[in-house]
Design a protein around this ligand. Structure first.
Ligand SMILES: NC(=O)C1=CN([C@@H]2O[C@H](COP(=O)(O)OP(=O)(O)OC[C@H]3O[C@@H](n4cnc5c(N)ncnc54)[C@H](OP(=O)(O)O)[C@@H]3O)[C@@H](O)[C@H]2O)C=CC1
Ligand SMILES: O=C(O)[C@@H]1CCC=N1
Length: 270
């Protein structure tokens, strides 16, 4: 999209909660002018907060639905109520970018007739520009809508296209995945406290270790099994710790967690 064309487009985030606000910030960081960017809020205090933080106008749900690009950020369970409220307000050919876990492009297209639908899975590290977003186009959308969505979401972090059939699985790995990694970080810190560290130090070490391990994996492109081997000295500390992880089933628990999240995503299709 050319700069002049982009600046004429109105983008609205309908349902500006945790993910909606992260995407709102990314859209603005990507160059979308604040004066052509809208958000919704159901509480006056939240509306004031969004305007103060991002300089955007907070509008009604129906006004947001009439934008050129509508980013839908409500929960899957709230979809039907919102679709009923905005019935007829969405413009023919408008781009609808869904953040909803599990909800298929077919269901979204039926809920918002005339819209061109792109379904995405964003994750919370998008707040610091370190997210990973996957996306897929619905039947009425194509290359232009995918490219425009990639451009809008570029500041969330890495953005990649996947077949829609893989989005529930991706939700298990990257959508819910940060929660699993935070659980690991929390447990690492708890172990540090158990071994005698002050809690603040243990948390600082755990967070820096998660960040560093992630960066090492991404920046070297090395398989995690090999990186794990590089940490593990014969008869050393890591070998003793890894034996405990195996004995207590950490790997199986994480595999099951991702698969359970993917299954739940498919159930949320409705
Ligand atoms: N959080 C995450 O890590 C991820 C979330 N997602 C998906 O993102 C979406 C949003 O999740 P999240 O941001 O966590 O949820 P939040 O509850 O933080 O945000 C939902 C927002 O929708 C608003 N809302 C609800 N119902 C209506 C309505 N009828 N009219 C107008 N606004 C409404 C809520 O307003 P109010 O505050 O007033 O209730 C809230 O601002 C979900 O569909 C989720 O599946 C996907 C990947 C990751
Ligand atoms: O828990 C959820 O349903 C949402 C979707 C992925 C992450 N959070």
């Amino acid at each position: 999209m050319a700069d002049t064309e982009q600046s004429a487009v109105t983008v609205a985030v309908l349902g500006t909660g945790t993910m909606g606000e992260a995407v709102l910030a990314a859209v603005l960081a990507g160059g979308q002018p604040a004066e052509r960017t809208l958000a919704t809020a159901r509480r006056p205090q939240r509306a004031a907060e969004l305007t103060e933080r991002h300089g955007v106008r907070v509008v009604t749900v129906r006004e947001a639905a009439a934008a050129d690009v509508v980013v839908l950020g409500v929960k899957p369970q709230q979809l039907d109520a919102v679709a009923a409220e905005v019935a007829g307000a969405v413009r023919e050919g408008a781009l609808l970018v869904s953040l909803l876990a599990g909800v298929t492009t077919a269901r979204l297209a039926a809920a918002f007739p005339g819209a061109k639908v792109v379904r995405t899975v964003v994750n919370t590290p998008a707040v610091v520009g370190a997210g990973v977003t996957v996306l897929a186009a619905g039947a009425g959308a194509g290359e232009a809508e995918l490219a425009r969505t990639e451009e809008l979401l570029a500041a969330t972090g890495t953005v990649l296209r996947l077949p829609e059939g893989q989005l529930d699985a991706a939700t298990g790995v990257s959508g819910s995945g940060p929660a699993f990694v935070f659980a690991v970080a929390d447990a690492l810190a708890e172990g540090g406290v158990g071994a005698g560290l002050p809690r603040a130090v243990a948390l600082q070490l755990a967070a820096a270790t998660v960040l560093g391990a992630g960066r090492l994996m991404v920046e070297t492109g090395t398989h995690p099994a090999l990186l794990r081997e590089q940490v593990t000295s014969p008869a050393g500390t890591t070998a003793a710790g890894l034996r405990e992880l195996d004995a207590q089933g950490m790997r199986a628990a994480l595999v099951s967690a991702v698969m359970a999240a993917a299954k739940r995503s498919a159930e949320l299709a409705g």
